[in-house]
Design a protein around this ligand. Structure first.
Ligand SMILES: [Zn+2]
Length: 213
């Protein structure tokens, strides 16, 4: 319906005898109204990736933001744990010396039921904010040094902000302390006695996480 706009070219108008300029004018209201944030419609989808190039956001003013949707078939959490069907949204907000990522995702992780030892899909949901410090001053190209106490994640030299690591940690923390497969759990029939040293995948993963720090 907008191909008429091409006919507004004056040289073409001159060759269109019988069609006055008024017939070719297109009402401005027919054009989509562009929103400066570009976020009125569906936010862009980040598919099977966790990194976003934020160079444009870094050039924007403090308070500017971008919304994204994210969809991951898999996200490795640990040697033995993988989150699947991770879906959600996140918003990146540009602040003075950092970008805040406001993340909201859900999905499933296959766990072992502590009672019947069956493996089952445990749903999870994680909502959290994470800070990513700005590492390069785009105006000067100078590197921004981190303070000694600065434990924030960093935007990398290619201006990419990667939410994989905070996402991995938050999903691990969101998992139940004592995995249970649900109401139809057949119970601990397969166990002779319950012991306290049952392998708890979540504790093992957390212990490893803490050991890394
Ligand atoms: Zn069970």
């Amino acid at each position: 319906m907008f191909n008429l706009t091409l006919s507004r070219e004056p040289s073409i108008l001159r060759n269109c005898a019988g069609i006055g300029p008024g017939a070719l004018s297109v009402s401005k209201s027919k054009f989509p109204v562009s929103d400066s944030s570009g976020q009125r419609g569906d936010a862009p989808l980040i598919r099977n990736d966790t990194a976003v190039n934020v160079v444009v956001l870094l050039k924007d003013q403090v308070g500017a933001f971008r919304n994204y949707r994210i969809s991951l078939d898999e996200l490795p959490l640990d040697a033995d744990l993988t989150a699947r069907n991770v879906e959600g949204r996140f918003r990146l907000v540009r602040l003075t010396d950092e970008i805040i990522a406001k993340i909201n995702v859900h999905g499933v992780v296959e766990l072992e039921c502590q009672r019947c030892l069956r493996r089952y899909d445990q749903p999870f949901a994680a909502a959290f904010d994470e800070e990513f410090r700005i590492t390069i001053d785009l105006a000067t190209g100078a590197e921004v040094e981190a303070g000694d106490e600065d434990e924030r994640f960093a935007i990398n030299d290619n201006h990419e902000l990667d939410i994989a690591e905070p996402l991995r940690q938050e999903i691990l923390v969101s998992l139940p302390m004592r995995p249970a497969c649900g109401d139809d759990c057949p119970g601990p029939d397969r166990l002779e006695t319950e012991t306290d040293d049952d392998t708890d995948e979540r504790f093992a993963a957390l212990a490893k996480l803490l050991g890394e720090e």
